[in-house]
Design a protein. Structure first.
Lengths: 355, 355
């Protein structure tokens, strides 16, 4: 396994030369130049990421990382925190939204425990990646959610999860998560790193009413005051107001970028993890594709900060990697356009008149 | 085969009772209520359209209809009009964008000639549906594009194409087209029916520059002045400034609605056909799902007029049914959520706390 620092330093910018090559081919295909819009842009970017002019995305993997959040003690979620462990069981049995959508696109789901507050029965052993950093974070309105060492370990565990799956093949990944309370942690991360007021990064999560939302904002504000995370130090932010699954996802993003694998971001929590990953290595941003913009309002703040535009308009707010699954399918469509269409010459179709 | 009037009168509103049943199931699934946003809305609507609480969309069909436009004589397109027949050849050989994307989603493509200006070689016989109404429309700045009888025939031919495919199975359809010059016809239809100035319904088509766009707007304005189509009479609009593939698509939409099959609209030209179909039978609107909003600016005008929101954000402007193909995949994802996810009870996951 490679260490975090080595992975971070091995990430290079995406391949501009291959992108130009892909563009030349896109312009030779039987369609008005540019008429497939963002599909063409995605095809070009995926060529640049993979370093292949004719990329194929056969092996699709959704990483769904779970962990619990001590801040649930402040009553910031519409669901009890037992739901985290129950939903992990549901993922492993194949009954959750992400299982359905991953099946729809032909992706495999890798489920990992980064810090669920209870232990899993041994019968789950085969299907669950056990990468627990601790039994849930601490309540971050009282002090840091985790130690700096735990923050590093969560990122490293994410890297390890990715690397362990390499042998089975990975051509593109989606990021997903489950963790009751994690929109609160993500709102705090987003507020800190994008320097936005918590009232603009906090949303209703799994379904808070107006009053409960106000309370959540107060909790986030207090957490930031108590911990004073340094926006310029991603590990400091992660340790003070983050979560183990968020650190894990950041690690997966870094590992993917270092292996030239496109990263399709899911929703708000993936966005918060992306802020951590980009904080550790700005170049990782070039490897990211945004699948959708969540109803969770802070997601828009994050996507604007990162400067990436989502492809789907579906008002999702489930997480798990559900939006990422659909985004992967669109990315695959884009590469098939690049590799599967006939050129004007092959099809003997007349080209454009001179403009 | 059923006649147009019979098809139109057989269309009923979608099934509200089944929609409520689908909603009850959606709310019992292991996710916060409503958290899959528009996927849940799509699932509910598709249940209502099909009359099935657990709909399955196995047989997916894209109808790609081609025809030529006499108004090309006015030099309103960036591509020569020979491209229509050449691209039909490309569809039949499988090299076009729609072939790639239909393959990606597991749909079959039905290609039909509704009014291409040249004949097709007999070798195409097996794959091409020959439903030619005439060899291209007339130049509509000089008078009507077609006779009223031809307008009726184009709609009827669309109905026939759909009905002929029924035996092979149709669970959901996408609408597509090919016809150099057809954004000009569609802009004229949209301007007339939505009562919007042509400067707001005309766009760059396959790639016009600023000057050419101004010329296109002038041509549309003249066509509307010369022909004075009656916005309240869809067949009058179709005959005066429409196209054979547009009439055919309207017929396909009507036939689909009468058979309780969801219609996924592609881009601008499909939108113009939708205006004609809705003009003939307002209830057909309930069967329509918008896949994307085209870069072609008149499309937004049409979608707002119809009051339907697109699911994809991809800046497409190719047509052929490419956006519809991706939209069908999202619709299928929605039905799989409805039919494939575990309930809270099945998965033994705790439900929401009382709000």
């Amino acid at each position: 396994m490679r260490g975090m620092k080595k992975v971070i330093s091995s990430i290079k910018g995406i391949d501009e030369r291959i992108m130009r090559k892909a563009q030349t081919r896109l312009d030779s295909l039987t369609k008005p130049p540019g008429s497939l819009g963002r599909l063409e842009e995605l095809a070009r970017v995926i060529a640049g990421i993979t370093g292949k002019a004719m990329p194929r995305l056969n092996e699709k993997v959704i990483f769904t990382l779970a962990a619990d959040h001590g801040v649930c003690a402040e009553n910031i979620s519409a669901f009890p925190s037992d739901v985290t462990v129950q939903m992990v069981g549901n993922f492993l049995k194949g009954g959750a939204g992400i299982n359905v959508l991953a099946g729809h696109i032909g992706a495999r789901v890798v489920v990992a425990d980064l810090g669920v507050k209870s232990d899993f029965a041994p019968r789950f052993s085969k299907k669950l990646k056990r990468k627990k950093v601790n039994f849930g974070t601490r309540n971050f309105i009282l002090g840091p959610a985790m130690s700096r060492g735990e923050a590093v370990r969560s990122v490293q565990n994410g890297i390890d999860i990715f690397e362990e799956e390499l042998d089975r093949g990975i051509d593109i990944i989606g990021t997903g998560e489950m963790g009751i309370g994690n929109t609160t942690a993500s709102s705090a991360i987003a507020a800190c790193i994008t320097r936005t007021d918590p009232s603009e990064t906090a949303g209703r999560g799994t379904g808070l009413g107006d009053k409960a939302l106000q309370h959540k904002i107060t909790v986030i504000r207090k957490a930031l005051e108590v911990n004073r995370p340094d926006p310029g130090d991603a590990l400091d932010v992660l340790s003070k107001v983050g979560g183990f699954e968020i650190g894990g996802l950041a690690g997966i993003m870094l590992a993917a970028a270092s292996r030239k694998v496109p990263v399709v971001l899911d929703g708000f929590i993936s966005g918060a993890a992306a802020l951590i990953a980009v904080g550790l290595q700005p170049k990782v941003k070039e490897y990211m594709i945004a699948s959708h913009c969540s109803v969770e309002r802070g997601h828009k703040v994050i996507l604007e900060y990162l400067g990436i535009d989502p492809v789907l308009n579906l008002d999702l707010r489930l997480g798990e990697g559900t939006g990422a699954a659909l985004g992967i399918f669109i990315a695959e469509a884009a590469t098939k356009i690049l590799t599967g269409m006939a050129t004007f010459q092959q099809a003997r179709v007349s080209e454009r008149k001179s403009p």
